[in-house]
Design a binder for this molecule. Structure first.
Ligand SMILES: CC(C)(COP(=O)(O)OP(=O)(O)OC[C@H]1O[C@@H](n2cnc3c(N)ncnc32)[C@H](O)[C@@H]1O)[C@@H](O)C(=O)NCCC(=O)NCCS
Ligand SMILES: Nc1ncnc2c1ncn2[C@@H]1O[C@H](COP(=O)(O)OP(=O)(O)OP(=O)(O)O)[C@@H](O)[C@H]1O
Length: 298
């Protein structure tokens, strides 16, 4: 079979700078989207007292060289331990770049992890969204012997206490909340004639209604997670962000989450990951009519 143009490393559609630019655009789009329940958005700091929109935008820009380096590295190295360890090193350096840009605030740790793995999988040759998620899962599951020993992260504490997989589990499972929840909801809302803003908000709410978000569990335990999941389900049941009843339920949920200091950061990350996959100029999308097969190379 002739390999379709655009499905492999070196093709203009998967250039490292295009991937980095798309990742930053997705982070900006997620940050700017408003009104998001509990999250930082164009209106303000949500349930946070240490970050706001300008900080999130500065953080997104500070991560551009990391995404670029991740893509370059994934083009250079084959899938395996060396690539995984190199990505770990780049991810940790990216985390430090984020901290320098934000004065030590965790603005995008979860997003860097999800987008970094997806960028690597696509730079390595994944030719469609599912292949990208599968490739990212393969990378996430590989051991990284250089993970520094240190204080357990919030996610680690929550995983031990509640036995939930968190950001690592989501990646190892090939991003089900991105592929099976956010992207279908985004596209269904568009097909129903919803505005882009409403489609994105409904996609976020769909993820919030299902995700075991370690940010929420860490701050609010199981009771907090129930508030988030049931609240988001209720907004969708009222018609979602594009109806009067849904919009007022959304604003009530936002008020409640800010009062309880609950921020669905994991859902924000996964919306950014969905927007990233949705924004990319996939070769398969342009050429689908001419192609019979788009193969997963990882
Ligand atoms: C895996 C990461 C995110 C650490 O996760 P951990 O849960 O231990 O830490 P922490 O609580 O600090 O951050 C987790 C973040 O994930 C997000 N999140 C929370 N719950 C979920 C969930 N269910 N699904 C997806 N994301 C979630 C939130 O934004 C949260 O802040 C990551 O920082 C890491 O280990 N990176 C190492 C560098 C690396 O290998 N990078 C490779 C790609 S560049
Ligand atoms: N719009 C957004 N607003 C806030 N957080 C977001 C947003 N989008 C994604 N996130 C994610 O949420 C995470 C930050 O959440 P949070 O501050 O609750 O985590 P933490 O630093 O582990 O905990 P804490 O603030 O309780 O000490 C980031 O890793 C980031 O990727």
């Amino acid at each position: 079979m002739t390999r379709p143009p655009g499905s492999g490393p070196g093709d203009p559609s998967v250039r490292a700078d295009v991937l980095a630019d798309t990742a930053v655009r997705a982070l900006r789009a997620e940050a700017l989207l408003s009104p998001k329940p509990g999250l930082v958005d164009a209106r303000g700091s949500g349930a946070h007292d240490d970050m706001d929109l300008p900080l999130l935008l500065a953080s997104a820009e500070a991560l551009r060289p990391t995404f670029r380096a991740v893509a370059d590295t994934a083009k250079r190295l084959v899938f395996g331990a060396e690539l995984r360890e190199e990505l770990g090193r780049l991810g940790r350096a990216g985390d430090q770049a984020m901290s320098r840009a934000t004065g030590e605030v965790n603005t995008h740790r979860g997003a860097l992890w999800a987008l970094g793995l997806l960028v690597a999988a696509i730079a390595g040759g994944a030719g469609d969204e599912r292949c990208a998620a599968g490739g990212a899962a393969g990378l996430a599951a590989l051991p990284d012997q250089w993970i520094p020993a240190g204080q357990a992260s919030h996610g680690e504490l929550v995983r031990r206490r509640y036995g939930t997989g968190g950001a690592r589990g989501e990646a190892e499972d090939a991003f089900p909340h991105v592929i099976e929840v956010a992207l279908p909801r985004l596209r269904r809302a568009r097909a129903d004639g919803r505005s882009e803003e409403v489609a994105r908000l409904d996609a976020l709410l769909a993820v919030m209604s299902l995700l075991n978000d370690t940010c929420v569990l860490h701050r609010g335990g199981r009771a907090g997670l129930r508030v988030v999941q049931l609240g988001a389900s209720h907004v969708l049941a009222e018609g979602g962000a594009g109806t009067d009843r849904g919009r007022s339920a959304l604003l009530e949920l936002d008020h409640r989450l800010r009062g309880l200091r609950l921020s669905p950061g994991g859902s924000g990350d996964l919306l950014a990951a969905a927007l990233f996959l949705d924004m990319l100029p996939w070769p398969g999308r342009r050429l689908r009519a001419e192609l019979e097969v788009t193969a997963c190379r990882r």
